[in-house]
Design a protein around this ligand. Structure first.
Ligand code: PGA
Length: 252
């Protein structure tokens, strides 16, 4: 079955020194782990240093964003070939903070997705509804549009490489996690959409992570659900001990 993936998203936190100490610490803590897969997504400035210092450990390194062109006159942007050459294996695409503050749309998500695949990076495509959308009963409609438009034009062969992260916006950084039942309901809905788009076999292979206030004390119950294949962890990934606890979830 699907290998669980626990991914940390540092957002815009830590200096280089802090990042290096974290890497030394986590490498010692998880050196025995072969399952789940472990990923950390620091600010892209630290991707190379972390990829070097975590080489030989089970922790892989990803980026929090990627531009859709491979090279060119695009001041301030970073491309998939650059990230891959710096040691990144994965990239987060369409995080709700990028949608909220930086004008990310399903269309730009789609362009970044193609760039990631071209560059050999595993894309982690984020979807999720806001509180207003949930209260208006629009959760499924919103998720369906994000999945169908974000993944437009992807063929089933490429889709097998995808990771999806369901992150309800109202649960991110708020301490309000979706209940395991609520999350499982949306994950099952997403898997149904993936089945419609890519067929049963591919849909069964795609990992769907939950994100939004994941902590040591709620990860076990979340991971016990059939369609929750891992977690995208913000705040609790910044501390190596609390990230380790999440990596060592019980069940599955
Ligand atoms: P949080 O963030 O765990 O701090 O809620 C999750 C995310 O935004 O990926």
């Amino acid at each position: 079955m699907r290998t669980p993936l626990i991914a940390g998203n540092w957002k815009m936190f830590k200096t280089l020194d802090e990042a290096s100490s974290w890497a030394d610490d986590i490498a010692k803590r998880v050196s025995d782990i072969t399952r789940p897969e472990i990923l950390v997504c620091p600010p892209c400035l630290y991707v190379h240093a972390l990829a070097e210092s975590l080489r030989g450990s089970p922790v892989r390194v990803g980026s929090q964003n990627v531009f859709w062109e491979d090279s060119g006159a695009f001041t301030g942007e970073v491309s998939a070939p650059m990230l891959a050459s710096a040691g990144a294996s994965h990239v987060i695409i369409g995080h709700s903070e990028r949608r909220q503050y930086f004008g990310e749309t399903d269309e730009t998500v789609n362009k970044r997705l193609f760039a990631a695949i071209r560059g050999g990076l595993t894309p982690i495509v984020c979807v999720g509804e806001t509180l207003d959308q949930r209260e208006a009963g629009k959760t499924n409609t919103v998720i369906e549009a994000q999945i169908k438009n974000g993944l437009a034009g992807i063929d089933p062969g490429q889709a097998g490489l995808l990771v999806i992260a369901y992150e309800p916006v109202w649960a991110i950084g708020t301490g309000k996690t979706a209940t395991p039942e609520t999350a499982q309901g949306v994950h099952a809905f997403i898997r149904g959409l993936l089945r419609e788009l890519f067929g049963q076999e591919v849909a069964d292979r795609i990992r769907i992570l939950y994100g939004g206030s994941v902590k040591g004390d709620n990860i076990d119950a979340l991971m016990a659900k059939a369609d929750i294949d891992g977690a995208l962890v913000g705040g609790a990934s910044l501390d190596a001990a609390s990230f380790e606890r999440i990596i060592r979830f019980k069940g599955k």
